[in-house]
Ligand binder design. Structure first.
Ligand code: AMP
Ligand code: GLY
Length: 434
């Protein structure tokens, strides 16, 4: 069968790479794709927001399965547009994607389903949110342990973690008065700040059966030691020792199953990837957020380890027969993915820098370089985004996988390239403390 993947990041390159390995898959198309997917699949020059042309392409090219990578097209109803034409699409409908697209929807659902999450309040205007903060925290230097969140999608920037009253009031002002995230700021969530380690548990579900993937840990801060501004993710590894098998079963029982059931009860069945962002607090695990698609970069190390044919799993999800899929098979070796970024990211950066050394990196054993923000310019791979590559490696241990990933990173260069040097070190730090 032919497969169409929507998106242009590292996650979509990993999906294209993995799906192309299926003996049942003939052609893999990626719209719009990047330089990495151009080499391994067929790029299609259609934007992610152009639903009519994507539908037309899928029909004309007999795409038996379309896989949607990012959240924005899902929240805008891409899956609905495909389903309306009788096309098979992996990813939740617009209503189900509200789990990520609306923090208010997500928090209310979690509360109703009794899933542990931070306490929260919803506000419709800046004045009532200000009043709430001022009434509760009146001392000038008091710790103000809150997180102020824009309700809607804000490219990962809509959650502002606060320590002081001034920060909380500024966050409210930015979201609700200055409208820094536009209509995403029509409502605000103010929630209790949680402290602890973060981990991601991703599961694939057809709305009834849940297949949990191996847990991963992202590195959201730009610089080593989790310093600096937040990014889309500077690296990830899987599995993470942060969650043992008993904790994963706990997450299934107390987080994933009640969420999937609550969606079904609300007549909004969820089909696709349910990604739970978790905080391990001293009071136990709590859900920080849901995403409704594979994490980027978590997808890269996870898929590098997956041995099961992904096409079978995604197709069974779309057809509502995930119960027929046997337990997933994994390479027992951990994988580490290091993101190489453009100078200036997550702020403004230049594009079009020629990338050298990709072939040398590719020759290293157990290494796969996934492209993210890259494009082809006269046959040469050049930078075209903030996160440029996800250099991923397997190893017999997390430190061995890390070593191999950084060995590959050393082969690759372009003007201004940088990366975090400590991806996966949190696993070791945690091991020491446990
Ligand atoms: P979100 O936009 O909800 O995905 O949150 C993005 C990031 O903000 C998370 O990965 C956490 O690092 C942080 N965050 C969100 N909610 C909380 C919270 N209640 N307490 C502490 N940190 C949080
Ligand atoms: N890596 C975080 C995310 O995909 O949202």
């Amino acid at each position: 069968m032919n497969v169409l993947i929507i998106g242009n990041g590292g996650r979509e390159h990993a999906l294209a790479w993995k799906l192309a390995q299926s003996p049942r898959v003939e052609r893999v198309f990626v719209a719009p794709g990047n330089a990495g997917t151009a080499a391994e699949a067929e790029n299609v020059d259609i934007g992610m927001e152009d639903f009519p042309r994507l539908v037309k392409f899928a029909k004309e090219n007999r795409a038996a399965l379309t896989v949607v990578g990012p959240e924005a097209p899902l929240c805008a109803g891409l899956a609905d547009a495909f389903q309306a034409e009788g096309l098979r699409v992996f990813g939740p409908t617009r209503s189900a994607a509200q789990l990520e697209g609306s923090k208010v929807f997500c928090k209310n659902l979690l509360r109703n389903a009794d899933v542990p999450t931070a306490d929260y309040r919803v506000f419709r205007d800046a004045e009532s949110a200000d009043r709430y903060i001022n009434d509760r925290y009146s001392l000038p230097d008091e710790d103000v342990p809150v997180v102020v969140k824009a309700d809607g999608l804000a490219a990962g920037k809509g959650a502002i973690v606060c320590r002081r009253r001034k920060e909380a009031l500024e966050a409210i002002d930015r979201i609700a008065r200055q409208r820094a995230f536009g209509d995403a700021g029509n409502q605000l969530v103010i929630e209790e700040r949680l402290d602890g380690h973060e981990a991601s548990v991703l599961a694939i579900t057809d709305g009834r059966t849940i297949l949990t993937l191996s847990p991963a840990q992202d590195h959201k801060a730009a610089h080593d030691g989790d310093k600096g501004p937040n990014t889309g993710g500077m690296g990830a590894y899987s599995p993470t020792p942060l969650l043992d098998d008993a904790q994963i079963r706990w997450v299934e029982e107390h987080v994933l199953v009640p969420t999937v059931h609550a969606m079904k009860r609300a007549r909004i069945p969820f089909r696709g990837v349910l990604y739970a962002g978790l905080m391990m607090t001293s009071q136990g695990l709590k859900v920080l957020e849901y995403n409704v698609r594979f994490g980027d970069p978590e997808c890269q190390p996870i898929l590098m380890r997956l041995k099961t044919d992904l096409a079978d799993v995604l197709e069974a999800t779309v057809d509502g027969r995930l119960d027929e899929i046997a337990a997933l098979e994994w390479d027992p070796r951990p994988a580490v993915c290091v993101v190489m970024a453009s100078e200036g990211y997550p702020g403004p950066y230049e594009k079009g820098k020629p990338i050298r050394g990709l072939d040398d990196a590719a020759r290293l054993p157990d290494v796969k370089v996934f492209h993210a923000g890259t494009a082809l310019s006269g046959g040469q791979a050049v930078t075209s985004g903030g996160r440029v590559l996800g250099v991923t490696a397997l190893g017999n241990s997390i430190p061995a996988a890390k070593l191999q990933a950084y060995k590959a990173v050393k082969c690759i260069r372009w003007e201004g390239a940088w990366c975090r040097k400590d991806i996966s070190d949190k696993a070791l730090e945690y091991g020491r403390r446990a």
